[in-house]
Design a protein around this ligand. Sequence first.
Ligand SMILES: Nc1nc2c(ncn2[C@@H]2O[C@H](COP(=O)(O)OP(=O)(O)OP(=O)(O)O)[C@@H](O)[C@H]2O)c(=O)[nH]1
Ligand SMILES: [Mg+2]
Length: 424
Amino acid sequence: MLDRLFEAKCAKPARARDAAKLYFGALKNAEGQTLDLCTAACFKEPRSYTGEDMAEIYCHGSSAVVDASLRAAVFFGARYAEAGEFTKRAFLNGKLDLCRIEATADLIYSTSELSARAAASQLSGSVSGEIAALREKITATLSHYYAVCDYTDEDIVPFDYLKAAETLKDAAGALEKLYAGFLRSSVLRDGVKIAVIGRPNAGKSTLFNALAGFERAIVTSDAGTTRDVVEETFTLKGALFRLSDTAGVRDAESLAEEIGIKLSKDAAGKAQGVICVFDGSEPLSQNDEKAAAMIPESVPKCAVINKSDLKSVFSEREARALGFDTVFTLSAKEKTGLSPLLDWLSSLIPDVSGVLVTSPRQAALLKTSAEALRLSADAAEKGMTADAFLSDAERALSALGKITGDIADADIASEIFSRFCVGK
Ligand SMILES: Nc1nc2c(ncn2[C@@H]2O[C@H](COP(=O)(O)OP(=O)(O)OP(=O)(O)O)[C@@H](O)[C@H]2O)c(=O)[nH]1
Ligand SMILES: [Mg+2]
């Protein structure tokens, strides 16, 4: 079929051409007319993406050429691939495990350079390798136990429950570390959430616009301009940030404003960092205190004393007295003094070094497996029946097998492949 669609200039048919080598030639339609002059490569199984015989055609990118080529290919007997079909075939032929497949999907849908890097590290097999090593350790412990039971006459080192418990606890610790990496990677994927809060007219929306890089939120000199939470994303040091501008905090003058202020509090509670804006040209007010009190203890926060272009009546000391260790003085309107604030925001980017699990499916299995290993270690330590120790350890092994797909589950595999865009 390929020979009808693509005629190589060297006139060799596809089967006679070298594998994985690009050949120049003409792409033909059903009537034998030339649609494009381009290149094509053939791959011999098992040395291809799917592990099967494959061909790739690299034509010019205009939709006219692509559409006509696809029509011709279908005429000659091809069909459109289903979502994720190439990757599914690669999985079925043992070319990729599920960790790598999910990493491929994550790469396709990456929202920032850092999340792409986390996915690329998974694609290179870092998670699969670590899981395989842990499985081996657990399996070795279980095999030792079975060997001692089955071959009582042989000269086998006696099974040491306490030593086994140590091994299982170490494995659980390693899995918990991987799980913590997932929590960091989800911040990367979803964006670092930052809430801008403060009293009305402090300049929250002006600062929000300065960070977003365009006039996204309405700015007026009326107090109470922003009602809803306004969201915008921007990229800093390769990481995606999700910024929320919120309604100014005061005694609400209407129901809509009251709801808006409640949403400000929610945004501060859900954020990975809060910027509390103060109007440097106005003295400290009760509304400033109320806004500062909205930030949960556990959330990193900074104070911005805004309007530094005007005469200042609000001191850094006052901001510190409200519980802010980090204070910046700047002018959002003039866009001056922003860089220390940007440095502070960059410090909130999660650490992406090391092995990072990016898939929620894998994370849930890591958690199940770590919990089961802790139970198993506990049973071994307390000298409970062998059944208790074995069944939890085996449950952990089975969860680990599902992470890489060594223990296959057709539903899960279909779910994963359906995340792909058509084809790949
Ligand atoms: N001089 C000066 N004016 C500023 C600065 N930042 C904001 N303003 C002005 O302050 C007024 C309020 O700004 P907004 O950004 O709408 O304030 P806000 O905190 O979002 O106010 P609400 O949405 O009402 O809660 C506007 O007139 C802005 O132009 C600044 O750095 N310097
Ligand atoms: Mg506003």
